[in-house]
Design a protein around this ligand. Structure first.
Ligand code: GUN
Length: 292
């Protein structure tokens, strides 16, 4: 078994991003600028947004955080998004999910100008991704593709089993792995909570991408020997023994699955760090007008 090391790969790519950001600053007189909107104070969202902001600073981007109380109205939030859409000094705008129940995430997603949608959630970006056109690719699937590329994992003609069909990870991931591109060119099974014979299908996977949100859901008996395992799980449990007060678990039972796998991502230290890289790359591409 070999580790797909998100720490190593993300640091390496961030060095390249930092160099490009410095060139951009030298030629344009400004830094790439990402704005994140955070509504409320969900523990996970706080951590993820703080990490996004910190990494922006690390690679020489400008980052701004706009915070709203959980009681903010949908109209107020949409009007702020429209204001930011008009600001030529902003390259990327993300609204951290999940949102409180009284705010429609679809409205929020479609209000963000697709040319600043560095999360790649807007229907225009998703549609363009399906057609293999320039677009912003959702950060987590993008990060996974970069990881597969960096390690030279051969995906052509392989059976890729994606577990979980979320808008953020599973669904876009299945499209990317099936596209005529490299990495890509897989035969893809997109499985989910209603899939029959799930274990039998996962057992056929040369590449298994677990994005189901359940701790240790993928066990050793579900894995074909030699499979490539990508664990997208970010399952937080409170813990008295860690400094942060919580511990992170993947969707894969790492200790028992790893010995059967050819390659596997750890949690933490795997996909999570690559998500940030995907977001930074999209923001830089937006600043450089490489997509739109
Ligand atoms: N919540 C969980 N993942 C994401 C993400 O990639 N972007 C945003 N905006 N919210 C999230």
């Amino acid at each position: 078994m070999q580790l797909l090391d998100g720490k190593f790969v993300s640091e390496k790519i961030k060095q390249d991003i930092a160099a490009e950001a410095a060139d951009f600053l030298a030629s344009s007189g400004r830094k790439p600028h990402l704005i994140a909107i955070l509504v409320g104070s969900d523990g996970g969202s706080e951590t993820y947004v703080a990490s996004k902001m910190k990494n922006c600073e690390k690679v020489g981007f400008k980052s701004s955080l706009v915070r709203y109380d959980v009681t903010v109205t949908e109209a107020e939030l949409l009007s702020k998004i429209e204001e930011i859409n008009q600001d030529a000094g902003v390259d990327g705008l993300i609204v951290q999910l999940p949102l409180p129940k009284h705010i429609d995430p679809e409205k929020v997603t479609e209000t963000i100008d697709y040319r600043k949608d560095v999360d790649g959630f807007h229907p225009i970006n998703l549609g363009r991704m399906m057609r293999n056109l320039p677009c912003f690719i959702p950060a987590t699937p993008y990060g996974i593709m970069l990881m597969l590329e960096q390690y030279g994992i051969d995906t052509v003609g392989k059976h890729c089993v994606v577990v979980g069909r979320s808008n953020i990870v599973g669904s876009p991931m299945s499209i990317l792995m099936a596209r005529n591109a490299n990495p890509g060119n897989c035969t893809v099974s997109l499985t989910h909570s209603r899939t029959e014979n799930l274990k039998e299908i996962i057992l056929q996977g040369d590449i298994v991408i677990a994005a189901i949100g359940k701790k240790n859901f993928i066990t050793a008996d579900m894995i074909k020997p030699g499979a490539v395992i990508i664990d997208v799980g970010m399952n937080r449990e409170t813990s008295a023994t860690t400094k942060s007060g919580y511990k992170l678990y993947g969707d894969v039972d790492f200790d028992n699955v790893a010995p059967k796998a050819s390659w596997i991502t750890p949690v933490p230290g795997g996909v999570g760090l690559m998500t940030i890289v995907g977001l930074l790359k999209n923001t830089l591409a937006s600043a450089k007008k490489e997509v739109y």
